[in-house]
Design a protein around this ligand. Sequence first.
Ligand SMILES: CC(C)(COP(=O)(O)OP(=O)(O)OC[C@H]1O[C@@H](n2cnc3c(N)ncnc32)[C@H](O)[C@@H]1OP(=O)(O)O)[C@@H](O)C(=O)NCCC(=O)NCCS
Length: 334
Amino acid sequence: MSLLDEIKVKAASLKKTIVLCEGEDKRVVEAAARITREGIAKIVLIGNEAECKKVAPHVDLAGITLIDPLTSDKTEKYAQILYEARKAKGMTEEQAKEQAKDRTMFGALMLKAGDVDGYVSGACHSTANTLRPGLQVVKTAPGIKTVSSCFIMIAPDKSNPYNPDGVAVFADCAINIEPTAEQLADIAITSAKTAKAIAGIEPKVAMLSFSTKGSGNDDKFTQSVPKVQEATRLAKEAAPELALDGEFQFDAAVAPEVGQLKAPGSSVAGHANVFVFPNINAGNIGYKIAQRFGGYMAIGPVCQGFAKPLNDLSRGCNVEDIVATVAVTALQAE
Ligand SMILES: CC(C)(COP(=O)(O)OP(=O)(O)OC[C@H]1O[C@@H](n2cnc3c(N)ncnc32)[C@H](O)[C@@H]1OP(=O)(O)O)[C@@H](O)C(=O)NCCC(=O)NCCS
């Protein structure tokens, strides 16, 4: 069974309730029906029957809970939750009442209120518009200050000696553009958690750079090597039990012979399976190289670090992507 099928089977056993915020999108309505039919999760779809029937007339909505923020009797309660969360930032009660009717905000407020276990949106909204309600009201998990994302990378087979499990985690390829050392440390710790919970691997985290243990020095230029070194120190301090080390070049992270030569004594060098890139440029380019040249399949971006699970879809997503993201979200809610 593929990892994705395993994730769906596990999700089905958890019976979580996930809100999909975009009932105006045909793909979302089709995915909602499929997830319900296959028992992967219980779905709350934000929208109304007439609208769903208009975009997807062929779809059977049986078993899906439809909720429209414009007519729901919960909107007032959610507006109050929003007001409490944002009043210190200057939000008025009137503004909260208005904003609670927004579908993505409504979904985030359902999650905050505990009325659903997870949130998935983004099929027809930008990443910033999808994640902002979560950042504003759901906020980060205890001990974590940074929401980030990772891709679970699945190899076409297990023949690559540098990735014997056939699974790896790449982060952050989609949210934090130029993370600080503190943010990189958070990304490393949350990626390890995702690797264990969703990818089912025992994490060995490599903090990536163009330098291995001080071999390269860019002090005069971008300070990126000292940043990764500091992030490594902070992550080790915050999670001493974690197998994590750096800074490593990619080959020192995955090739035992190079790791031994350049980072002797490191238990991670040569054996890493979770890769923390120094910024979004490196991460985004890196995962796409693995996809296109290496034939890897990328599941994600999986958002991590939120107090409760929220995930962002790509606007180019298809029905299968939405089903997969809902299954991953259900596992994060475990
Ligand atoms: C994450 C992102 C979406 C947030 O954008 P934004 O809504 O404009 O963020 P803002 O700066 O307005 O911040 C909104 C709130 O979220 C918080 N926040 C922003 N980014 C955060 C993060 N990574 N972790 C935790 N909190 C964060 C801010 O502190 C702020 O909180 P406050 O209002 O309570 O003070 C933004 O970083 C982004 O657009 N990243 C790149 C996305 C992208 O283009 N990806 C490519 C797709 S592959």
